[in-house]
Design a protein around this ligand. Structure first.
Ligand code: NAP
Length: 267
């Protein structure tokens, strides 16, 4: 290091070492959220595994504990302000103040525009957009107190437009704008915000899409893989790896970015 120049990227204070840090991952009972929670625990974070149902979040907690990590199962609906506030308070009490937040909880209510109901629209906006807003508003004060924080929002390649997903593509594009604004507002407090826009990842969400279309999941995967430059579909661990980078100490100069993780150039 050049004398007089602080290496911000490797600046670990007592309060700021990964070992003392707490991460929240929403929608972490399964899929990308579960893989991310497990990865962050392996990286040394104590992880709040938040999902609609506390019981379903326990599976991820048990996997983390079996691997020697520390985790807490929390049941909360991210689109409900009171539940979000209560969840974050419980996390502060039982694990410590959160300085990493991964807004991953998500739902699909796909339909062509002319068949899309008001509730198809509202639920998708509420979970993805309002959920990320409420979780971030509740968690950011702890990041600002510690002058360090990392926020990662799950967008999607659907943000670029996708047939049958007027609601979902709008929400995922909205999350990109939300991410960039968080980066601008919170940067001076040592907080970064970035978004990951995955392509096809093998989870219950893509399986539900295959089921709805009446296509066996293996065939759906093969069909998708044939269109992807790296010739395979993604696994939850592919996304967890990128989250791990964004929340790392060394990533403090990377903020307001959207990375398309889709096995090829999607944007
Ligand atoms: P998933 O398997 O369906 O898991 C989503 C999790 O979020 C579920 O455990 C679900 O709980 C939970 N959840 C839903 N609504 C919630 C709420 N209101 N409050 C708290 N938790 C809630 O989905 P995934 O495939 O892992 O996707 C994770 C994220 O990546 C989503 O934001 C998704 O849009 C995004 N993404 C996925 C893909 C892909 O190909 N899989 C691609 C691009 C982006 P329940 O089971 O109880 O409903």
């Amino acid at each position: 290091m050049i004398a007089g120049i602080r290496d911000e990227g490797n600046d670990m204070t007592e309060a700021g070492t990964t070992a003392s840090r707490v991460a929240i991952v929403t929608g972490a009972a399964r899929g990308i959220g579960a893989a991310t929670a497990q990865r962050l625990a392996k990286d040394g974070f104590a992880v709040a595994v938040l999902d609609l149902d506390e019981g379903s979040a326990k599976g991820t907690v048990e996997a983390i504990e079996a691997a020697g990590g520390r985790a807490l199962a929390i049941g909360a609906d991210v689109s409900d302000a009171a539940q979000v506030e209560a969840a974050v308070e419980r996390i502060v009490t039982e694990l410590g103040p959160p300085t990493v937040l991964v807004n991953n909880a998500g739902v699909l209510r796909d339909n062509m525009l002319f068949k899309m109901s008001d509730s198809d629209w509202d639920i998708v906006m509420n979970v993805h957009l309002k959920g990320a807003f409420l979780m971030t508003r509740a968690a950011q004060k702890h990041m600002i107190d510690q002058k360090w924080g990392r926020i990662v929002n799950l967008s999607s390649t659907s943000a670029l437009g996708n047939r049958g997903q007027a609601n979902y593509s709008t929400a995922k594009a909205g999350l990109q704008g939300f991410t960039k604004t968080l980066a601008i507002e919170l940067g001076k407090f040592g907080v970064t915000a970035n978004a990951i826009a995955p392509g096809f990842i093998e989870t219950e969400m893509t399986k539900a899409t295959a089921d709805r279309m009446g296509i066996p999941f293996d065939d759906f995967i093969k069909g998708a893989a044939s269109q992807i430059p790296v010739a395979r579909t993604g696994k939850p661990e592919d996304i967890a790896h990128l989250v791990s980078f964004f929340v790392s100490e060394g990533a403090g100069f990377v903020s307001g970015q959207v990375v398309y993780a889709a096995g090829g150039p999607k944007a």
